[in-house]
Design a protein around this ligand. Structure first.
Ligand SMILES: NC(=O)c1ccc[n+]([C@@H]2O[C@H](COP(=O)([O-])OP(=O)(O)OC[C@H]3O[C@@H](n4cnc5c(N)ncnc54)[C@H](O)[C@@H]3O)[C@@H](O)[C@H]2O)c1
Length: 352
């Protein structure tokens, strides 16, 4: 005997990204006018709590919104199942139920962790992303990838779970340490290389303004980056194929991060990885030179001693490597990516 469970539900998970300055009052007004829950919990890390968390909590409460705050020790090492469970237990103690929602206030670590909690807490409650690092603004807060690290590797446990809204407050970048800012810029550069030649040219021409955190320039590059990321996610929400173009520079990048025992930060590893990927690409020499020059001009290349063999080994172990074939995102020209698994080991060794 065979019975069928018919599931035709196809909900609309669309959401908007609000980009502006000093947004806490707007967030409170929006939640007041169009609540997504009865109670809210801000999840943040120990740094962001002091800089912005308490302020957001006060603003919500001043608007008669029932809100709590839970924080964890800042840093990648908190993105694990132990901290997830601790936060969930705190949420139970605060009697947060299915009528609650999470406000993920922080960088990518907070967004990934809080988003993952939202997707599993009581089988799923809504959440809003309030990214505070450049990386989270242009990348991790959009697209609904949530998750945690395990002893076996990064981001191995997680879900696709879209936020209800994203609020990007560019004024928050004023307190961000320089290296964290550069870390996010690597992803902006990546977006330009895979999808947007005008953005690439803008990054070439406006380096000084961007590095000085000129508000107009930041607003522009963040807006375009968010448009690129969301347009890719719209076409392939669960990374079955097209979304993989976002991994430009990442196959090498992840291997560099791993080989350096995570001493090289993600953005810097991806920056180096983008140079290797450009060198492997079919694109012409002039374009390769432009890419290398741009990445170097933003101070993203550190003189790190890299062990070629270990990088190759790490690439073969990557979760996206299938049957020993490493998948690479390369470019025909700026804005025109392609995916291939036909690169030979000797070619990889030659660019390292
Ligand atoms: N979900 C996705 O699609 C996706 C995409 C890319 C990266 N990620 C994940 O993102 C994580 C990295 O995110 P990250 O680089 O934002 O790191 P992070 O969240 O650890 O933030 C970096 C540091 O900056 C501090 N900070 C954050 N905002 C600040 C501000 N405005 N002022 C001062 N200090 C501030 C934090 O406390 C932290 O110490 C990784 O775990 C990575 O796997 C996820």
């Amino acid at each position: 005997m065979e019975l069928k469970v018919r599931l035709k539900q196809k909900a609309d998970y669309s959401y908007s990204i609000v980009l502006g300055k000093n947004l806490f009052k707007k967030i409170a007004a929006d939640l007041k006018n169009k609540p997504i829950a009865n109670k809210y919990v801000i999840i943040t890390d120990s740094n962001v709590k002091n800089i912005y968390g308490i302020d957001l909590l006060k603003t919500l409460r001043a608007n008669n919104i029932e809100a709590q705050l839970i924080y964890f020790k800042a840093g990648e090492q908190s993105k694990n199942s132990k901290i997830k469970e601790q936060i969930e237990n705190e949420m139970f103690k605060l009697l947060l139920g299915r009528d609650s929602a999470i406000l993920a206030l922080g960088g990518g670590v907070t967004g990934d962790l809080a988003g993952f909690i939202a997707s599993t807490f009581l089988r799923g409650i809504p959440y809003i992303q309030i990214p505070t690092t450049l990386l989270a603004m242009v990348d991790s807060s959009i697209g609904g990838k949530t998750g945690i690290n395990t002893g076996y590797g990064k981001n191995l446990i997680g879900t696709f779970y879209q936020p209800k809204k994203v609020y990007i407050d560019i004024n928050m970048l004023s307190t961000l340490p320089e290296s964290e800012f550069l870390n996010g810029l690597a992803e902006v550069i990546k977006h330009s290389i895979i999808k947007d030649k005008p953005l690439f040219k803008y990054l070439e021409k406006n380096r000084e303004k961007i590095l000085k955190k000129d508000k107009k320039a930041l607003q522009y590059i963040i807006k375009i980056s968010c448009e690129i990321k969301s347009s890719i996610v719209e076409k392939d929400e669960t990374e079955s194929n097209y979304r993989r173009i976002l991994n430009f520079g990442h196959t090498f990048g992840h291997a560099i991060e791993k080989t350096s025992n995570y001493q090289v930060k993600h953005g810097f590893a991806v920056a180096q990885g983008m140079i290797y990927a450009a060198k492997l690409s079919k694109t012409n020499e002039k374009t390769k030179e432009r890419i290398i020059k741009l990445i170097e001009s933003y101070g993203l290349i550190k003189n790190i001693k890299l062990d070629k063999k270990m990088i190759l080994h790490a690439m073969l172990q990557d979760k996206k490597t299938i049957k020993g074939k490493v998948n690479f995102v390369l470019i025909n020209e700026i804005g025109k990516p392609y995916i291939t698994n036909k690169i030979k080991t000797q070619q990889i060794e030659a660019v390292l």
